[in-house]
Write a new protein. Structure first.
Lengths: 389, 121
């Protein structure tokens, strides 16, 4: 997992000591010392999150705030102005966000290749108009921040917030676990966020996540991070969940992982993330790499991301080849493993569109054996987002 | 029972050796969700791949501690791979080998030596 030079000092999060105290197995991830699992193990942690509430330290990710240097005081004008600074880098309509709304979007290069997937939110609060909350991936954050800073130079400032804790609470009981500490969090719906006070500090609380379950992602100031984490875990419905189960949960939810299912060679159309190409941006044709993206939308891409159920044998993991029924290799698995909820192996793979229809019979090649697989719709396990109160 | 530094165990009965992974290995692997056992009739040399154990997260190779011919694979593991976690040094065995050279077994660690080795990890 680690390709760091020997002697590299791993970065820690405000919760590293708490993980060690809980008996976590720690591994290197994106330069951070992170809990891959706790004594319960990946399988139990995964199922607990589906049934109860899982609490995750995702402080290795890159939360940040982009704020206009000169705000006019007109909330909508200031929002439009800051949105216009980042839109040239991404495929989403940020100007059209309502107060308190979050959007999943993609940072694209000039060829339409995906540099990262990220969340951008317009704050709910009147005093924060002209500011955006931007959360990017751990492995790409330095490059992303540099790219954004360069694009906004002179007009806005980007403040990293990754010295704080980012804590996800996911699962059907997440609303009760978080709502007990901060009742206002119950009023959020999926993909909205707001500032909520806790013990004299402002937390940024969003109803969102990476498991397919209802839940929250909460940016917690460093001084109260461990205290907030411990308070969450004092609830018997909540248990700590490591990065191992985070990966199996997101895979069941059919959510791509940057660096595995997405990289600079993959376009939003190939990645089956067409929903992230906002209507206003498509109509304007001002998305980075639009020539390629428009061509793929019209004529179809050469490959597309699909879900596979592996019907026999071993899990097909990242890198496993995918073949048609005649045995011709047509694609490759980009994420794969065992689904604890379905009790069978599942995978995300890229195949030509002609082989991408649900129900198509394919093979996955694992250690020289061709195992039966079938294209299935994703998510593999239904999302349970709370879109209405 | 004899042990390797890769955490396999061997139990010899006549000229047939039963092979599995130790409790320590099972703990390290985490929840086992799939085991690929060898085909009966396959011959292996000491150090060859004998089986593959898959957890939710990763696949791990199990090596043959000794040379021989596979005479039986543990078919029960295909329906109940979790047996490797529940009873690694008993019902969770992987394969039985007809031993080519019993002296290879004697070269492996006994339990006291293996326990001492674990203390060094």
């Amino acid at each position: 997992m680690s390709d760091l030079p020997a002697g590299t000092v791993l970065k820690t999060t405000p919760l590293t000591e708490a993980h060690v105290a809980l008996g976590a197995k720690m591994v290197e991830f994106a330069g951070y010392d992170m809990p891959v699992q706790y004594p319960d193990g990946v399988l139990k942690e995964h199922l607990w999150t589906r049934d109860e509430a899982g609490v995750f330290d995702v402080s290795h990710m890159g939360p940040s705030f982009l704020t206009l240097n000169n705000r006019s005081g007109d909330p909508d004008a200031d929002h439009k102005a800051v949105a216009a600074l980042v839109e040239p880098l991404i495929c989403g309509d940020i100007g059209g966000l309502k107060r308190g709304q979050l959007r999943y979007t993609l940072l694209l290069n000039d060829d339409g290749g995906i540099l990262d997937d990220l969340m951008i939110g317009r704050p709910a609060e009147a005093d924060a108009q002209g500011s955006l909350q931007i959360v990017v991936n751990a492995g790409t954050k330095d490059a992303d921040f540099a790219r954004i800073e360069q694009a906004v130079a002179g007009e806005a400032r980007l403040e990293r917030a990754d010295e704080n804790a980012l804590i996800a609470v996911q699962g059907p009981k997440a609303v009760d676990v978080v709502g007990r500490l901060m009742p206002e969090a119950r009023e959020l719906v999926f993909m909205t966020f707001r500032r909520i006070g806790w013990q004299g500090h402002d937390l940024s609380v969003s109803r969102s996540g990476y498991t397919g379950e209802d839940g929250y992602e909460i940016l917690v100031p460093r001084p109260v991070a461990a205290s907030f984490w411990n308070t969450l875990l004092a609830d018997e419905r909540a248990r700590p969940i490591g990065l191992g189960a985070r990966d199996s949960l997101r895979l069941e939810a059919g959510l791509p992982l940057y660096g595995h299912d997405l990289d600079t060679s993959v376009s939003p159309v190939e990645a089956d993330l067409g929903f992230a190409l906002s209507k206003r941006r498509r109509e304007a044709g001002d998305i980075p790499g639009w020539t390629r993206i428009a061509r793929e939308m019209t004529h179809g891409p050469s490959r597309v991301r699909v879900g596979l159920k592996v019907l026999e044998g071993a899990p097909a993991r990242e890198g496993a080849e995918v073949a048609d029924e005649a045995g011709t290799v047509i694609g490759r698995v980009t994420s794969g493993g065992f689904s604890p909820s379905l009790r069978q192996p599942i995978a995300l793979a890229f195949v030509p569109p002609i082989h991408s229809q649900a129900g198509t019979k394919l093979k996955v090649l694992v250690r020289g054996k061709a195992q039966a697989a079938e294209v299935v719709p994703t998510p593999f396990v239904a999302h349970r987002y709370v879109r209405k109160l | 029972m004899r042990f390797t530094k890769d955490h396999e165990w061997v139990e010899l009965s006549g000229d047939v050796a039963t092979i599995g992974v130790t409790a320590y290995a099972a703990e390290q692997l985490g929840d086992v969700v799939f085991v690929e056992t060898p085909e009966v009739g396959k011959t292996v040399k000491a150090g060859d791949n004998l089986a593959v154990v898959e957890s939710v997260k990763a696949a791990s190779d199990v090596y043959a501690p000794i040379s021989g011919e596979v005479v039986e694979a543990n078919a029960a593991l295909s329906d109940a791979p979790e047996t490797v976690n529940a009873a690694p040094e008993a019902a969770g065995w992987f394969a039985k080998l007809k031993v080519a050279n019993p002296a290879e077994v004697d070269r492996l660690m006994d339990r006291a030596a293996y326990e001492a080795y674990l203390q060094t990890l």
